[in-house]
Design a protein around this ligand. Structure first.
Ligand SMILES: Cc1ncc(COP(=O)(O)O)c(C=O)c1O
Length: 889
């Protein structure tokens, strides 16, 4: 038990000596910190209180039941006469939370005690999904709770269903951040996530008459047992105002003042690792009115107006922007971004300064990872604090910043690249605009020394885009302010260095890296596919594969084993059964359990080409119709084609694609000639908890983006891990999946990334009806004729590809897509062959564990090491007396 003794040597006084970080009039940065209150506090002096905290809560059935019942009575104040299963969920969650908090506090103190280098993962989105099952599995308490809860009259699985799905993200980027947290905790890294606690997550999607309706998702309606509101952790955030210059000791000093102040309050969300006691933190910020009282406005009698102003502060973190891969240049969005980074940087600096040390140690103690450019203003904010508040010379401050930051790029789509107009930015953050100009000036001077008179290069590298109005390019800022830049799959990282960031690459090639994405096997196998997890555990003689997925590769010798194949098929069938019931309940459609479950679930986007999928479905439908009835079953395999995903509310073409899918579904599903041969389903409100049902049940999943446009994808990895075969293009992580599982175990089609430019040129110079294959022309004509109704809007949709304007190259890839689909049918006819391919996909997918990804980030970018807190003895459960050493957090 490494370090236990050291823990015991510290005095209890310091435990609550955390500095309070706000309050009062916060007109200057130095007034952020209130004096410590610890030493005067009698509770802290009271040895008895801390002694009482020394033992852990036990995890036997009776203790668990008692803790649940206590929460029913004392937390929820419920009686037997008004108690529902939802209250049971709340009480159970609180009892799990108690256990999480023990580990969470001890972990925080352990890291502080070891003064380890920490990584801060900044992301504007965290798409966490439900907590309860994940927490129980990571704490290895699921069986204990199952038994305890059953005796109290509840089935744990039904209790899981009570939880709202916290959806504080749009899709891949936010879900990646959630998987990374799980891996950082599991790998014992001293890591913190920082994000925003939106009151409204991504909207709930309803599909009615084939149209998407967006319903606000006020996910906090019934409280959130998983968060800890930190009433004492509030930071002031300034917006607008002006910069005043003063001279001090012969130097010019900038003071940013005036404008508006709001507070950012911390909400902590414990993230437990698996097979470790370490539990890390996701700290989310919520905006609140600043506390100081504006006597003027209240005195002038405009009481309600003054209150309204204060309400506006809460609005900042109210809503998640529902755009995926699309930049929205709204001031409120910039406010959200700045609130996140300003509060986070204050928190990071406060923690760094808890110990007296030299600023040069900063990059040895912190690594800040930017998940895309949304939090990039953190670069400028840290520099501002160092030069304006800490009085550090700019050259040295810049070195500290640059060494501390790293940046992950998630897309090369031009519409997703963030660029803030200088008027908007300069108005909201005047001092930051000045600093951006300074950074840019220093940077461009260095560039022009290396490349004299290369104006083109200077203008492409500049942070300022010389457009009208001028714009700040956040990607350029992120690259310049980071010591490492990475893409998220090999092909994407390569494209960054050859296209979007080519000039940056030529300047500093070593800065550019690849970190292929990954997903956590805890949620995406162990939680969502319990039977598969059991099979692995039985076959491998233990469950250590959950933290070392490479072990499942050892099952290669089972691929030909008929018993293993049968088990594999049985598991898939049970998962299909579960999805069938979900579809019945949510879509009122009966689907054929023996049909091939063919799924495309992801955000609706033209580059993801759900449009091409549905065009193929129409072709298949027409082909069935053309075949004489008595030959149809011999010629066509039954398929259930499922789509799911949200369209951004303002994305008209994406919404038209939903309409087309639903119109085709209406036609096909009610066509008595088709019967069980084909069903089309639009799965509403695709989110993490639905994904956990859909993915394990899928047999074929579609990842069919135009080559070069999907940076990585992460759902492709989840599907493969769960034994789905991929029909896909050579794009994103599909390329590496093919390397791992073997091309022969996938259905690959379509143009390669190097061919795209040539195809686009060809398309522009050719009549579409000539370059489209006849099958596609036939399908387009049917839509045009009104065969599926909604003629006007569907015609608008098909015109997006018909007017020599098929940017996403559906026409070019359609023929090879048809061929790939034919191969799918052939393979599916041979059950044994399909099963073997499915097994190979799953057991060869270990590269795509986010544990691998995070270990690479830790070693190759962050330079952080694991610190595992000693696990308290399972028998005695004598608590490590860690409470008495240092102020945590
Ligand atoms: C709810 C949700 N949305 C979006 C994604 C990302 O999907 P993709 O990688 O296919 O874009 C995922 C990944 O599983 C997800 O769970």
């Amino acid at each position: 038990m490494e370090n236990t003794e050291q823990f015991q040597r510290f005095s209890p006084q310091r435990r609550m000596s955390r500095r309070l970080s706000t309050g009062g009039r916060n007109d200057s940065f130095s007034s952020l910190f209130r004096p410590e209150f610890g030493s005067q506090n009698s509770l802290i002096q009271n040895e008895k209180m801390w002694k009482l905290m020394q033992s852990y809560i036990k995890n036997d059935k009776e203790t668990i039941q008692q803790s649940i019942v206590n929460h029913v009575e004392y937390t929820l104040a419920k009686t037997r006469f008004d108690f529902s299963i939802f209250h049971a969920y709340q009480a159970i969650s609180h009892s799990v939370r108690d256990r999480l908090i023990e580990a969470f506090n001890d972990t925080a103190q352990y890291f502080t005690h070891h003064d380890c280098k920490r990584v801060y993962y900044l992301s504007i989105e965290f798409l966490m999904g439900r907590y309860l099952q994940n927490a129980l599995i990571n704490l290895e308490l699921e069986d204990n709770y199952k038994e305890a809860v059953l005796e109290l009259g509840y089935n744990l699985e039904s209790v899981y269903e009570q939880e709202v799905d916290p959806a504080l993200g749009n899709g891949g980027l936010g879900r990646l951040a959630a998987c990374f947290l799980d891996s950082m905790a599991t790998l014992n890294l001293p890591a913190w996530g920082y994000g925003i606690r939106y009151s409204y997550g991504i909207f709930r999607q309803l599909i009615k008459d084939g149209y998407q309706y967006e319903v606000p998702d006020y996910w906090l309606d019934n409280g959130n047992p998983w968060e800890i509101e930190r009433l004492d952790v509030n930071y002031p955030i300034r917006f607008y105002g002006y910069v005043r210059k003063i001279h001090e000791n012969g130097k010019e000093k900038s003071i940013w003042e005036g404008g508006e102040l709001v507070l950012a309050r911390a909400y902590d969300n414990p993230i437990p690792g698996y097979d470790t006691y370490n539990t890390i933190n996701l700290r989310l910020w919520r905006s609140l009115p600043a506390r100081e009282f504006d006597f003027n406005s209240f005195n002038q009698g405009d009481y309600f107006k003054a209150l309204e102003e204060r309400e506006k502060a809460e609005y900042i973190t109210s809503v998640l922007y529902p755009n995926d891969s699309n930049y929205s240049g709204k001031e409120l969005r910039l406010k959200q971004q700045y609130l996140l980074v300003c509060a986070t940087i204050q928190d990071v600096i406060r923690r760094f300064k808890k110990k007296k040390r030299d600023w040069k140690e900063l990059p040895e103690k912190i690594a800040v990872q930017l998940n895309d450019t949304h939090p990039a203003m953190a670069i400028v904010e840290l520099l501002r604090v160092l030069i304006d508040h800490e009085g550090i010379e700019i050259e040295f401050a810049w070195e500290l910043v640059y060494k501390s930051f790293s940046y992950t790029n998630h897309t090369i789509l031009p519409e997703a690249l963030e660029k803030w107009g200088i008027d908007l930015l300069g108005n909201l953050l005047p001092r930051h605009l000045e600093i951006v100009y300074i950074i840019n000036f220093i940077f461009l001077e260095k560039v022009s020394k290396k490349f004299p008179n290369d104006h083109h290069r200077l203008s492409s590298l500049s942070i300022i885009e010389e457009s009208n109005p001028k714009k700040i390019r956040m990607a350029n800022l992120s690259i310049i302010g980071s010591h490492a830049v990475n893409g998220v799959a090999e092909i994407h990282s390569k494209l960054l260095t050859t296209t979007l960031f080519k000039d940056f690459y030529e300047l500093r090639p070593k800065k550019f890296q690849n970190k292929t994405n990954g997903v956590t096997p805890r949620r995406w196998i162990r939680c969502c596919n319990v039977q598969l997890a059991q099979l692995y555990t039985e076959q491998l003689g233990g469950d250590t594969w959950v933290t070392d997925l490479t072990q499942v590769r050892c099952l290669e010798n089972m691929v030909e084993d008929p018993d293993f194949q049968n088990n594999w098929q049985r598991i898939k069938r049970q998962n299909k059964e579960q999805l069938k019931w979900w579809v019945k309940e949510n879509c009122q459609i009966d689907i054929n359990i023996d049909s091939l479950f063919d799924v495309q679930v992801k955000r609706l986007h033209e580059y993801k080409r759900q449009f091409m999928n549905i065009l193929y479905v129409i072709h298949r439908y027409l082909s069935i119709k053309k075949t004489p009835a008595d030959q149809r079953h011999a010629k066509f395999l039954p398929r259930t084609i499922m789509f799911g995903g949200k369209a951004a509310p303002g994305y008209i073409n994406a919404k038209r694609i939903i309409k087309l899918i639903c119109s085709v579904a209406d036609k096909v599903n009610t066509d008595s000639e088709i019967g069980d041969l084909m069903k089309i389903v639009y799965l509403p409100n695709y989110n993490v908890s639905n994904a956990q049902i859909i993915i394990p049940a899928t047999e074929l999943s579609q990842h069919i983006s135009t080559a070069g446009l999907e940076a990585s994808g992460t759902s492709n990895m989840k599907f493969v891990m769960n034994g789905s075969l991929i029909i896909g293009t050579m794009d994103g992580a599909n390329v590496e999946i093919a390397e791992e599982v073997g091309k022969e175990n996938m259905f690959i089609f379509g143009a390669l990334v190097d061919e795209i430019e040539g195809l686009r040129n060809h398309m522009r110079n050719t009549e579409p009806s000539q370059y489209f294959p006849p099958e596609l022309n036939e399908v387009l004509q049917k839509i045009d004729e009104g065969f599926f109704g909604a003629v006007d809007e569907l015609r608008e949709l098909i015109n997006t590809i018909r007017n020599r304007n098929d940017y996403y190259l559906l026409g070019a890839d359609f023929k090879s897509y048809l061929e790939a689909q034919k191969k799918v049918d052939e393979c599916y006819k041979n059950k044994s062959l399909w099963t073997k391919m499915s097994i190979r996909n799953a057991i060869r997918s270990s590269k795509f564990s986010s544990d691998r990804t995070i270990q690479q980030y830790a070693d190759e970018i962050w330079g952080v090491k694991a610190f595992q807190i000693p696990n308290p003895s399972q028998n005695a459960r004598e608590r490590v007396k860690s409470y008495d050493n240092v102020a945590a957090n």
